[in-house]
Design a protein around this ligand. Structure first.
Ligand code: SF4
Length: 107
């Protein structure tokens, strides 16, 4: 199990002391519950390949970057879109149009 040091606050004060327990365990101990009722947006970042290399780019995309979404992840995203009625698909990169699989998301 992966753990993370997080701080849950209530009225600006720590709700629990820091400890190396999971986020879900912290929620449970705090009596808090998070559950999604709907999905409004699916955000898909297809990779870091871009034909530009802007200094302000928040993902450091450029023509030299080679990281792209795996075929398995593309298929998983498409399956989610087929299964759920998600009103907004937000596709980002890099430049999504540089990925030939971009058209798979256009339906
Ligand atoms: S993804 Fe956007 S901001 Fe980043 S390098 Fe490409 S064009 Fe620039």
């Amino acid at each position: 199990m992966q753990t993370a040091a997080i701080q849950i606050t209530r009225n600006g004060k720590p709700a629990l002391p820091n400890s190396p327990i999971s986020f879900n365990e912290k929620l449970k101990l705090s009596g808090l519950e998070l559950s999604a009722e709907t999905i409004d947006t699916l955000q898909v970042n297809v990779g870091k390949l871009c034909n530009q290399a802007c200094k302000h780019c928040h993902v450091d995309a450029s023509p030299k970057r080679t990281e792209i979404m795996s075929h398995e992840t593309v298929e998983a995203c498409l399956n989610i879109l087929r299964k759920y009625k998600i009103p907004t698909l937000d596709i980002t990169g890099g430049a999504p149009v540089n990925d030939s699989r971009f058209s798979l998301f256009c339906y």
